[in-house]
Write a protein that binds this ligand. Structure first.
Ligand SMILES: [Zn+2]
Length: 467
C-alpha cells in the first residue's frame, strides 16, 4: 500500500524535491539545489571582492557601490543563471526523449487474433486515444509526481501530461457527443467534468461521472430485463438467467444498498446473458466484451472505481498538480467507458407529464420530457400509445413502446433542493419499510415508500442457488 498518506501520526515526510519549481531554474526546496548555492556563492564572492580589492590601474569611473552591483549581476548571470538555464534545457530534452516511446509501447489489438472485436467496436479505431501515460496496473503504486522525474514546469515543456489531459477532456469530441446523446444523469455529469475549474474539481468530477455512468447503464439494463420478465415473452430457460441478474440486484437493494461496486459487479455478471441473447439489450454484448488491450465497459469502470476507492480510503490528491496527474492517468478510462456505453443512446429516458385517453382512436395521448442531454430544461415530446403510462414516471423509449425504469430509477421531489430530481433507487427494507432514492446529481436521499413493494417483488435469489 501507499503508506505515507494513510499513517495517522508520526513525523511528516520530508518534502519531495520538485525540479525547476523556483523561477523554472532552481529546484524546490532551494536549499537542496547545489546550483542555487553556486549562484549565491558567486554573488557573495563578487560582493566581497570588489570593495576589498585594490584600485584598478586606470581608476574606474563608476562609484564603488555601482561597480560592486554590476559585478554581482554579471557573476550571478554568468555562473549561476546560465548554468541553471542550460540544466533546464537539458532536463527538457531528456524528458521529451523519455516521453516519446510511450505511445509506441502500447501495441494495437491484433485483429487476426480477435476477429469479433473488429466488428464489435466500430468506434474504437475512429477516435484517437488521448496522449496520456499508460495506466498503471498496480493500484497501490503511487502516482508520478516523483522526485526524480524531471518535470520542468515551463510553458511548452513542463507539465505536459496534466495540461494535455485537461484540454483533451474539455475539448474531447467523445465527451461533447455524449453530452448531447446520453441520458441526462450521465450527460450532466460529463458537462460538470468538462466545466471543472481546478484539477481537484476535475478529479472529483471524473470519478463521479464514472459512478453515474455505471448506475445509468445498470438501471437501463435492469429495466429492460424486468420488462422482459414481466412481459413473459422470453424463452423459459433463458429468462431464468435474467431473473438471476435481477435477484442479485434485489439482494443489494435489500442489504446495504447499491454502490459503485454493486453496479460494476452487476454489469460484469451480465456477460453470459448478453452472449446468449444479444438481441435482448442491443449493444450490450459489444459494450461488455473484453478485447486485448482494451477491456470492456466493466474493466474501464473498475479502473475508475479503484481510483475512487483509493481516494475514499485517504489517498486523495494532495495538490492540484497531483490531481492533474491522476486525472491524466484515468481520463482515457472514462472516455472508453462512455464509448462502450453507447448502447444507452438507443434507450432515451422519458419523464411522463400527462397521459389522456382518446376515445375515438382508443389510444393514449402522452406528453413526456425527453430526459436526454446535459440541459436541465428537457424538451417536451408527445406520443400516441396503445397502452397508458403513469404520470411523473421515468420510461425508456424503445421501438416496442415505453419500458418503465421503475423501480430502478424514478423522479423524486427533493425536500432539500425543493425540486424534482432524477434518482436511482438506493435501498429498500428487506421485509418491510420504505425504499430510499438517491439523486443522481446531488446525492441527496429521498424517501420513496411506494417503491418498496416493487423492489421486493423482484425475483428472489433461491436459497439452493438455482436462480
Ligand atoms: Zn436535492
Amino acid at each position: 500500500m501507499n503508506g505515507n498518506a494513510m499513517l495517522p501520526s508520526g513525523p511528516p515526510a520530508p518534502l519531495p524535491k520538485r525540479r525547476n519549481a523556483v523561477l523554472r531554474l532552481y529546484d524546490a526546496p532551494v536549499h537542496r539545489d547545489w546550483l542555487f548555492w553556486t549562484t549565491v556563492g558567486w554573488g557573495v564572492l563578487a560582493a566581497i571582492s570588489i570593495p576589498t580589492s585594490d584600485e584598478p590601474t586606470p581608476p574606474s569611473p563608476l562609484p564603488v557601490w555601482l561597480d560592486t552591483l554590476l559585478a554581482i549581476v554579471v557573476m550571478i548571470a554568468t555562473f549561476g543563471l546560465l548554468p541553471a538555464w542550460l540544466r533546464l534545457l537539458y532536463r527538457r530534452w531528456r524528458w521529451h526523449r523519455r516521453q516519446r516511446p510511450a505511445p509506441v509501447s502500447a501495441p494495437r489489438p491484433n485483429p487476426a487474433s480477435t476477429p469479433r472485436s473488429a466488428s464489435a467496436q466500430p468506434h474504437a479505431s475512429a477516435s484517437p486515444r488521448p496522449p496520456v501515460p499508460s495506466p498503471r496496473r498496480d493500484p497501490a503504486t503511487p502516482p508520478p509526481p516523483a522526485a526524480d522525474e524531471p518535470r520542468p514546469e515551463a510553458p511548452g515543456g513542463g507539465r505536459r501530461t496534466p495540461t494535455a489531459s485537461r484540454h483533451d477532456l474539455a475539448t474531447s469530441s467523445v465527451l461533447a457527443h455524449m453530452r448531447e446523446s446520453l441520458p441526462h444523469p450521465v450527460a450532466r455529469a460529463v458537462r460538470s467534468l468538462q466545466r471543472a475549474h481546478t484539477d481537484r474539481d476535475r478529479y472529483e468530477a471524473l470519478l463521479g461521472t464514472a459512478e453515474i455512468l455505471a448506475a445509468t447503464a445498470s438501471v437501463t439494463v435492469a429495466a429492460l430485463l424486468n420488462h422482459e420478465r414481466t412481459a413473459g415473452s422470453g424463452r423459459a430457460d433463458q429468462e431464468s438467467a435474467g431473473e438471476r441478474n435481477l435477484a442479485a440486484l434485489r439482494s443489494a437493494y435489500t442489504a446495504k444498498g447499491v454502490m459503485f461496486g454493486t453496479w460494476t459487479n452487476w454489469l460484469g455478471g451480465l456477460g453470459p446473458l448478453a452472449e446468449a441473447r444479444p438481441g435482448l439489450v442491443p449493444g450490450l454484448r459489444d459494450a461488455l466484451q473484453d478485447v486485448p488491450d482494451d477491456p470492456g465497459l466493466v474493466g474501464h469502470l473498475n479502473a475508475l472505481r479503484e481510483e475512487r476507492n483509493r481516494a475514499a480510503h485517504g489517498d486523495k490528491p494532495q495538490s492540484n498538480q497531483e490531481a492533474a496527474v491522476r486525472v491524466a492517468e484515468h481520463a482515457h478510462h472514462l472516455e472508453r467507458a462512455l464509448e462502450r456505453a453507447r448502447f444507452l443512446e438507443s434507450f432515451p429516458w422519458l419523464l411522463t407529464v400527462s397521459c389522456s385517453y382518446q376515445p375515438r382512436t382508443r389510444t393514449y395521448q402522452v406528453a413526456a420530457d425527453h430526459v436526454v442531454g446535459d440541459h436541465p430544461d428537457f424538451e417536451r415530446r408527445t406520443f400516441t400509445l396503445d397502452e397508458p403510462v403513469g404520470n411523473d414516471m421515468l420510461y425508456l423509449q424503445t421501438p416496442d413502446g415505453p419500458v418503465p425504469l421503475s423501480p430502478f430509477a424514478s423522479a423524486g421531489f427533493c425536500s432539500q433542493c425543493r425540486q424534482v430530481e432524477i434518482c436511482y433507487t438506493y435501498k429498500a427494507g428487506r421485509q418491510e419499510g420504505h425504499a430510499t432514492l438517491k439523486s443522481f446529481t446531488s446525492g441527496h436521499d429521498i424517501p420513496a415508500p411506494e417503491l418498496a413493494e416493487e423492489i421486493r417483488a423482484l425475483p428472489e435469489r433461491a436459497r439452493d442457488g438455482r436462480r
